[in-house]
Design a protein around this ligand. Structure first.
Ligand SMILES: [Zn+2]
Length: 172
């Protein structure tokens, strides 16, 4: 592929990574959460290349401690398929899931988990716990981490910085 005369784009740059494409949709969901003053985390569920579920953090809006992005996306995928088992699916989420969400991901029999940024405080896919590789569970999940990690973590960082600023503004 030649973009201008004499300049050849390396072949690897022309190959798009489908995981990045789906992560962009999860990032769109995260922005939806931010608009509602929820912690900006988003998720989508994909089966055979089709987006079958999407969701974002809604705990505050719904008064529901379980309304994390992953759970919302799994619920919407389950409704779409008419089945709580999402066999063969991939879940994309902007931040490493917590232990509750990994539990739900296992229950749904999700095949692959792709996430953006690590969560060193509560991550249960390798950071604090590692339920994806726990041999005591009868279902194991293939994990890919670090997809669009910068975009995913900066969304979160900016959100918390904004919150601190507002809080400090009130205090002053
Ligand atoms: Zn969670």
């Amino acid at each position: 592929m030649v973009s201008k005369i004499g300049a050849v784009v390396p072949r690897w740059k022309t190959i798009t990574d489908p995981d990045q494409e789906y992560m962009r949709l999860a990032l769109d969901e995260a922005r939806q959460a931010r608009l509602r003053n929820e912690v900006p985390i988003g998720a989508v569920v994909v089966l055979h290349g089709e987006v079958i579920g999407r969701g974002h953090n809604s705990s505050i809006t719904l008064h529901d401690p379980s309304a994390h992005a992953e759970i919302q996306a799994l619920r919407s995928a389950g409704e779409y398929l008419g089945n709580y088992r999402l066999v063969g699916s991939t879940l994309y989420v902007t931040i490493e899931p917590c232990m509750m969400c990994i539990g739900a991901i296992v229950q749904a029999r999700v095949r692959r988990l792709v996430y953006g940024a690590d969560d060193p405080r509560a991550g249960a896919a390798g950071s604090v716990f590692d339920f994806c590789a726990d041999h005591r569970l009868n279902h194991r999940i293939v994990v890919r981490r670090g997809v669009c990690a910068d975009a995913c973590s900066s969304l979160l960082r900016d959100f918390f910085a904004g919150q601190r600023q507002r809080r400090d503004g009130r205090a002053g």
